[in-house]
Design a protein around this ligand. Structure first.
Ligand SMILES: [Zn+2]
Length: 104
């Protein structure tokens, strides 16, 4: 790829974006200050950031007898890095909230 401004080579650089796990691909000119983001990767970052403060509507499911449960979907799992078998603390601060705290 060539720089549209000065026709020098464009160097591909992976750019870290605060709050996003994946990196954005950018093309930077080796000579002038020309800089562009590769559209597919920047779109991915935007979607990832939009998902960040999670608020998801979920159904409470029946597990057994008088026990109920909720699922952690893949967005929650990915955000928290939570794994099967991990211990969490559940507290009920008032009648409208359930607080789940990870051990580490
Ligand atoms: Zn250039």
């Amino acid at each position: 790829m060539r720089c549209p401004k000065c026709n020098a080579n464009l160097k591909q650089v992976e750019v870290e974006v605060h709050g996003a796990k994946s990196r954005a691909t950018s093309y930077q000119c080796v000579k002038c200050d020309y800089f562009e983001f590769e559209p597919t990767s920047s779109q991915k970052i935007i979607e990832e950031l939009r998902e960040s403060p999670l608020k998801i509507k979920q159904k409470v499911v029946k597990l057994s007898q008088d026990r109920l449960g909720i699922y952690f979907n893949s967005n929650i799992i990915r955000s928290l890095g939570i794994k099967k078998g991990e211990e969490i603390y559940v507290s009920v601060p008032d009648k409208k909230h359930i607080l789940i705290e990870l051990e580490n």
